[in-house]
Design a protein around this ligand. Structure first.
Ligand code: GLN
Length: 276
């Protein structure tokens, strides 16, 4: 393959490879450590052989379906720039619905409300909550050591104090109770036809196998032992899982569940309180 000699040629290669214009600009801007605006006036800026090779390889990766976030190594979420790697799910704008709801719940609470994010991945939810509600005492649990290292690195870089635990869902939280428990667990069904398109992301973060309900049910089942009276459980789930999640919450003795829609208008988050 002929390597792009300058910025204009790299943009042309990206276009010819089928990349969207915005993706091409973001990829190039990251590789050159320049802004997107800079690119516009620098079509004839020459590329070193080393940089041209790297950019051509990244264009090929994006064309093969790798998320841009993995290629550039970062993703914006709820106003925070997070480092992400293929060990972590790419934070989705839809998950900001859950964070916004969490912040509404925390806003009127006095003192230092206790919050935990289960299956934190890159730390996105826990860090966004701590960022916007600094008086909350935030903990986060993650099974994957590699993902946890990314989350801890994000917390360090952003100067946000979150206590991280490695472990399986409730296991590191024995004896602890919270005012708010949040999670975006793996919830895609094992046979869902969308899974192949998500093949670059960690499969364990996307699906628990089966009908996709296993992790959600583990969370609903264990939450009452970890909630203070009046505490909330907020769960992200699939567009078609709200009924099953509501039924499980009712059965476990939670208050009548409520729901929020994501940016695409799909029912994406359910929440209920533990009043006992
Ligand atoms: N919302 C993501 C998707 O459908 C999945 C996230 C998850 O399984 N927790 O791409």
């Amino acid at each position: 393959m002929k390597l792009p000699a300058d910025v204009g040629a790299a943009l042309a290669l990206a276009h010819a490879s089928g990349l969207e214009r915005l993706d091409a600009q973001l990829l190039l801007a990251a590789a050159l450590q320049q802004s997107r605006a800079w690119l516009l006036g620098h079509d004839d800026e020459p590329l070193s052989k080393h940089l041209a090779e790297r950019i051509a390889a990244q264009i090929a990766q994006r064309a093969a379906g790798m998320p841009l976030a993995y290629i550039v190594g970062e993703k914006e979420f709820h106003g925070l720039l997070l480092k992400v790697t293929p060990d972590t799910l790419v934070p989705r704008p839809d998950t900001e619905t859950l964070v916004d709801w969490a912040l509404e719940i925390l806003q009127p609470l006095p003192g230092e409300p206790a919050v935990v994010d289960l299956g934190t991945g890159s730390g996105a939810i826990a860090l966004a909550i701590k960022h916007r509600h600094p008086c909350a005492s935030v903990q986060a649990v993650e099974l994957s050591a590699a993902a946890l290292a990314v989350a801890q690195d994000n917390a360090r870089r952003l100067g946000l104090s979150v206590r991280f635990h490695q472990g399986d869902w409730w296991q590191p939280l024995t004896g602890q109770r919270f005012d708010l428990i949040v999670s975006n667990p793996p919830y895609i069904a094992g046979t869902d036809p969308h899974l192949p398109a998500l093949r670059f992301e960690p499969i364990n973060a996307l699906t628990p196998g089966g009908d996709g309900m296993k992790a959600l049910l583990t969370l609903i089942d264990g939450a009452p032992d970890h909630l203070r009276p009046g505490g909330w459980l907020l769960l992200e789930h699939g567009y078609d899982q709200a009924e099953a999640v509501a039924a499980a919450l009712r059965l476990r003795g939670f208050t009548e569940p409520t729901r929020r829609l994501d940016l695409g208008g799909q029912t994406r988050v359910s929440g209920a309180r533990w009043l006992d």
